[in-house]
Write a protein that binds this ligand. Structure first.
Ligand SMILES: [Zn+2]
Length: 214
């Protein structure tokens, strides 16, 4: 087994392990359909479908809720309105960003100031996703995440990426631009993100279209 294969296997094990944390916490995730997300998940598991359904669903719901409450997609504005400190600074080599939350203190988001604006914006949204998952879903008041480029990927990262994707590139707006024939560059410019972020969002929406599970 190559190092890459071993790492992918380890990541799959981590994803399966993390799943129970989300299952345990999911009862506090609001559901528009009125059905418990955990129940929906169990229904799907019986058909061999797995956990990421509930995670991306919860992430997108949380992002939509915040965007509506704060009336903006700007992660910097939302983070500051929620009382977080956002600091753009020189980070250790290979680190795009991190979030640190100590009990009873304001969370701090650190972003690599050498990244281009679109990338920094996505990092801010991603770190905000970690905050939302820990605070709103897991009810955790003491946590930290370091985001290394090419680092390990688990359900926390999956949630944060889905959250950031939905916050910055709302599914319905994204799909409308695609229908209108907008190029990747135009979509990236419209949402203020990198073309890489647009390509990833496109892949994720193709895999899990908005509300396809209803
Ligand atoms: Zn992360």
């Amino acid at each position: 087994m190559t190092t890459t294969q071993a790492r992918k296997r380890d990541d799959r094990v981590a994803m399966r392990t993390e799943r129970w944390n989300f299952l345990g916490a999911c009862s506090v995730v609001p559901s528009r359909s009125g059905r418990c997300p955990a129940r929906r998940l169990r229904d799907r598991q019986e058909n061999g479908e797995v956990i990421d359904v509930m995670v991306w669903e919860a992430a997108r719901e949380q992002a939509t809720k915040l965007r509506q409450e704060h009336q903006t997609s700007d992660p910097y504005v939302i983070a500051r309105e929620l009382g977080l400190d956002v600091i753009e600074t020189v980070t250790p080599v290979g680190m795009a960003g991190m979030i640190v939350k100590k009990r009873g203190e304001a969370a701090q988001i650190f972003i690599d100031s050498s990244d281009v604006p679109g990338r920094r914006r996505f990092t801010c949204a991603h770190e905000l996703g970690h905050f939302v998952e820990r605070e709103n879903i897991a009810r955790d008041d003491d946590f930290s995440f370091r985001d290394e480029r090419g680092g390990r990927y688990d359900l926390h990262e999956f949630f944060a990426d889905e959250f950031a994707g939905e916050l910055l590139m709302p599914a319905h707006d994204f799909e409308r631009l695609e229908r209108e024939g907008a190029t990747t560059t135009t979509i990236a410019h419209t949402f203020g993100v990198s073309t890489t972020a647009v390509e990833r969002r496109r892949d994720r929406l193709r895999k899990n279209p908005a509300r396809s599970w209803v």
